[in-house]
Design a protein around this ligand. Structure first.
Ligand SMILES: [Zn+2]
Length: 164
């Protein structure tokens, strides 16, 4: 089996319309009436949280600032602290609700670092399981997965407010 040396990959929701800043994250930031369709879990004035539609681990979500920038250093410190404080609170969400045995948190800054959408920074959180490489191989690209996506999204959505 191929070694999974990158703990996450960047693939995102697809939106069929003209994008603000030509950026899917700016579009989600501004599409506040489509949260269910876009699989948004939470919003506040600084950021939103959205599921990764094409993860290799179901339950992968991202904390995305409402501010469009490719550079972490250009992000307002208060926004960054709010995002990381939220990540701190959401690790137990993954452990409690999705029974994660481990959690990856991280950012890919720039294309060289593996960013799929390099122009708008975002913080990844994903649950990990001891046997998740087998899990991925078993369920990737199957019908089972799309059923699981909605189930997992709803489960997280129902619980996230108790953690933030
Ligand atoms: Zn953007």
């Amino acid at each position: 089996m191929q070694q999974l040396y990158s703990p996450w990959r960047d693939e995102y929701v697809k939106i069929d319309k003209k994008l603000i800043n030509d950026c899917v994250f700016c579009d989600i930031a501004n599409s506040t009436n489509d949260d269910t369709k876009l699989a948004v879990l939470f919003r506040n004035k600084n950021f939103f949280i959205v599921m990764n539609r094409y993860p290799y681990i179901p339950g992968h979500f991202m904390i995305v600032p409402n501010f469009h920038t490719a550079n972490l250093e250009d992000l307002d410190m208060a926004v960054w602290l709010d995002m990381t404080k939220t990540a701190h609170k959401l690790v137990p969400l993954l452990k409690d609700i999705l029974k994660a045995q481990g959690v990856n948190i991280g950012m890919n800054l720039g294309k060289a670092a593996g960013a799929g959408i390099e122009k708008h920074i975002h913080l990844h959180l994903l649950p990990r399981y001891k046997a998740d490489t087998n899990f991925i191989t078993t369920i990737a690209n199957t019908r089972v997965y799309s059923v699981d996506f909605d189930k997992i999204y709803k489960k997280l959505l129902q619980n996230i407010k108790n953690y933030i």
